[in-house]
Design a protein around this ligand. Sequence first.
Ligand code: TAP
Length: 476
Amino acid sequence: MAFEYAPAPESASIVDIRASYGLFINGEFVDSADGSPFKTVNPASEQVLAEIAEAGPTDVDRAVAAARAAYQKTWGPMPGAERAKYLYRIARIIQERSRELAVLESIDNGKPIRESRDVDLPLVAAHFFYYAGWADKLEYAGLGPQPRPLGVAAQVIPWNFPLLMLAWKIAPALACGNTVVLKPAETTPLSALAFAEICQQADLPPGVVNIVTGAGATGQALVEHQDVDKVAFTGSTDVGRAIARSVAGSRKKVTLELGGKAANVVFDDAALDQAVEGIVNGIFFNQGHVCCAGSRLLVQESGYDELLAKLKRRMSLLRVGDPLDKNTDIGAINSSAQLERIRTLSQIGESEGAARWTAPCPLPERGYWFAPTLFTGVSQAHRIAREEIFGPVLSVLTFRTPAEAVEKANNTPYGLSAGVWTEKGSRILWMADRLRAGVIWANTFNKFDPTSPFGGYKESGYGREGGRHGLEAYLA
Ligand code: TAP
């Protein structure tokens, strides 16, 4: 039986969303020269939150010129110890404003406040603190005696962790002495614009950080700009491929963080209750809008019935609804387009013969929602086992031997992450040696830390973000 909870909504009064926002270029909010404004909506209510300027090619050009000038005149020549002070200041302001930023992120993205407050925001601040520490120690990073910044970095990020992806991109770039032009996703620009205000508050020299809002065309104009030295992209494999093609043969250095279809492998000797928590966290955290989500559950046949029963019981307790309610486990799907994609792939799962089970839970009437769902009887050829759904949908497959588990886990074009659940330490090491994924979690899932590198193999992209490895992407 599920307990009833009284609503515990976080107040939205702490955020002050303006009716309209300009572009952040050279330290100021400015009007767009050649784009047409668009609207950002709250996915939980479909209400328009604000009108956002779209950066056209002239605006992108202005932003890159501002970043170039700042690189040459202020940020590039500045000693690392001085740059570190700015990064520390930004980190402290993020901590001071973390409640406001968490609420803003949940309103614009749809993610539960518990996650934005307890996961996203602490990690955002931690990334700035961590890379602030590196800014005056770059010559000891093992990347040569005098590593140099690359220059102007063009950075394009997705909508699933708007402020966290911004931190992953901007903190190492700035610590290494680069300047940046960043494009947030069309559906989640507000926290990046709040970050622009934080740059002003921290007295960051003008032009060091520039934010150009817009959709794919703005991103394309940015990464293809002639005066950019580095391209850092997080998003879908299709767009990543197009970017790799467009910069091929140029001097631009590129890192791509793309999609995933991670296997979460559970052996019959695993602590099952703990594994169930890890499976739920692996696929339902952030509505499953997670590139490293454990979207393929591989269960050892001998433990299948017991695990499935426990998993369904646990899924029935998940609360879907108001992202600002502190009881909420699963918030709103970020956009109607993404909801449509999740629905379509789920229907394909059914029509290809997999059995669908959806947790019995009421969904709000307005907004974009999808109840936690799992598919059993999934074969490796099914599209729901191969394609990234990027939603709260789990595909369950089985295996008998460790070798079969490895074979099935690696049978994917992606290679971003994987999980292993077993009591046996030797088996964890055996599996970790054989799984082709950038990150492998053992008896846990979705653990992040700024000191730890993150990135993929195969179609999940190349380059690493985070840790000492993350510096390499921004130094020559
Ligand atoms: P995309 O459609 O690839 O969009 C990512 C970003 O690129 C957005 O800002 C997008 O703009 C922009 N963009 C679109 N077309 C572009 C082009 N031709 N040139 C340059 N920029 C362009 O992905 P998404 O739907 O936002 O995010 C979901 C995908 O990202 C998933 O596949 C997920 O796995 C992946 N992802 C990967 C990671 C890591 S770390 N590997 C992390 C998060 C997400 P608009 O959105 O404004 O149109």
